[in-house]
Design a protein around this ligand. Structure first.
Ligand code: COA
Length: 183
């Protein structure tokens, strides 16, 4: 396994390496700290332990972590999509990236992405896609620095489903109201 070790904050080396099974829990918990309901509500809702295990199981080559003194301080999870009959044929899709707040803006995200892009290139990927919430200005600035430029608008929609009990209660109330009015 190729490792990329660099001196970083406080001169403690941070290693970029492929994710291992023992990292799953740490990656999930770091994501939980980053994808918060108040700042990134859609990412918060879709981030769960299965998300990490699914990517790790299906695309281990595209799951990387940043490790500092045995602690996971960053991760990137990605996949590829093959589409015959299109000009690009194979797309890379960067789905999740997260850096511990204490280590943001130290170049870690960039190092994780570069290593991922190397793997994508080796595997014949010709276009990389990424997405995030429109309000996530930091991530958008980061992606632009990496060279992502072709921006398309994509809307997330959400609908809150009322519990059946409440619906029945509402129906009963309006039914009762109608009866009262008809009396
Ligand atoms: C977005 C994120 C992954 C960036 O990682 P990072 O390690 O802090 O980024 P880097 O230090 O490698 O930054 C590389 C360049 O990207 C740009 N950039 C990164 N963060 C930025 C920010 N907050 N504001 C403006 N530009 C930023 C800068 O040009 C930066 O270079 P510079 O520091 O020399 O100016 C990190 O902020 C993060 O984990 N955010 C929370 C999770 C998240 O939103 N993930 C994306 C959606 S899945």
């Amino acid at each position: 396994m190729i490792k990329d070790t660099n001196n970083n904050k406080n001169k403690v080396p941070i290693t970029i390496r492929e994710m291992e099974i023992d990292d799953i829990s740490a990656v999930y918990h770091l994501g939980e700290e980053l994808f918060t309901s108040d700042e990134l509500p859609f990412l918060y809702r879709t981030w769960d332990p299965y998300e990490v295990t699914d990517y790790f199981t299906s695309d281990p080559d595209y799951c990387l972590v940043a490790e500092r003194e045995g602690r996971i301080v960053g991760f990137i999870l990605a996949t590829t999509v093959e589409k015959e009959g299109t000009a690009w044929k194979k797309y890379g899709y960067l789905t999740w990236i997260g850096i511990d707040e204490a280590f943001q803006r130290t170049g870690l995200g960039l190092r994780l992405y570069r290593k991922l892009e190397d793997s994508f290139r080796e595997d014949g990927v010709r276009m990389v896609m990424a997405d995030t919430e429109a309000s996530n200005k930091e991530a958008i600035a980061f992606f632009r620095t990496l060279g992502f430029s072709s921006t398309r608008q994509h809307l997330w929609l959400a609908k809150t489903l009322k519990s059946p009990a409440k619906n029945q209660e509402n129906r009963r109330t309006s039914h009762q109201k109608n009866n009262e009015e008809n009396r």
